[in-house]
Design a protein around this ligand. Structure first.
Ligand code: PEP
Ligand code: MN
Length: 268
């Protein structure tokens, strides 16, 4: 399998250059209100290092009776953010209807979450809905430590004709309390990269760490391992976030983290 470089995700007139800088994606775990999303994203967008803004609108929660996302209306808010900031936007899709709605609303990049990647039927349905479509797709690792399942999800999307892809390492569930919310098990991501060398590898320190003080060290570790980018959950008021409050950082803290990171140049 041959994948396109991350630079191909950007319009021709963009000065983004994959050899010089990693891809930084930031934004709230969830879109909550139009004001929360816009205010957070305008603040993040002041930072030229951030190329893509994220927000979940369909939220796969482990247990019911939690906030499950604002749904389709959030796509309008994301489109407003795209127009106001000029950045690319990305959201999670978990079924063909999500893909269809997201594309209708000019979402630039789709991501598939850890709870979807575990299910080959879901992945095949999403893949089928992407046939003939030119959109970059980010595939998170499945919640369980299974490189073959992660690869299988990537292969299904690739076989639908998508070659603008990236793998996003968000850690793996384990039983009991550990330092991390999801154990990084770095060797699994490295194994995937060794099997698919042209596939860009990104890291999600927010879901690995689960706590904001771990975002910086995990991000630096990913940079030291030559990952090509990061996705960092960022919220205007993290403690008040409707999902994943303990792991989100403010736009100001995000800027400090990105400034402090020692970034390698060149590809993995
Ligand atoms: C998220 O990115 O907010 C999310 C739900 O992530 P994951 O699929 O990695 O749990
Ligand atoms: Mn989240």
């Amino acid at each position: 399998m041959e994948f396109a470089p991350l630079s191909s995700w950007f319009p021709n007139n963009s000065n983004w250059n994959t050899e010089k800088k990693p891809l930084f994606i930031a934004g709230p775990c969830s879109a909550e209100t139009p004001e929360q999303l816009m205010e957070t994203c305008l603040e993040i967008a002041k930072n030229d290092k951030v190329q893509v803004l994220r927000a979940g609108i369909w939220k796969p929660r482990t247990r019911p009776n939690n906030f499950e996302g604002v749904g389709k209306v959030g796509l309008e808010w994301l489109l407003d953010v795209k127009k106001a900031t000029g950045k690319l936007i990305t959201t999670e899709v978990a079924k063909p209807e999500h893909v269809e709605e997201a594309l209708k609303h000019e979402v630039d990049i789709l991501w598939i979450g850890a709870r979807s990647v575990v299910n080959p039927f879901t992945m095949q349905e999403i893949a089928d809905s992407l046939k003939g479509v030119d959109v970059p797709v980010i595939v998170k690792n499945p919640i369980n430590p299974d490189v073959a399942l992660w690869m299988g999800g990537i292969e299904r999307i690739y076989q639908a004709g998508i070659n603008k892809m990236a793998a996003l390492h968000r850690g793996f569930s384990s039983y009991g309390n550990t330092k991390y919310r999801n154990e990084p098990m770095w060797q699994l991501a490295i194994e995937l990269k060794s099997k698919l060398p042209s596939l860009p590898l990104l890291c999600d320190p927010s879901h690995i760490g689960g706590k904001r003080e771990l975002i910086y060290p995990i991000s630096q570790k990913a940079m030291d391992l030559n990952y090509e980018g990061l996705m960092i959950e960022t919220h205007r008021d993290p403690n008040e976030a409707w999902s994943d409050a303990s792991q989100q950082v403010t736009p100001q803290r995000l800027a400090e983290i990105l400034d402090k990171l020692v970034v390698r140049t060149g590809n993995l």
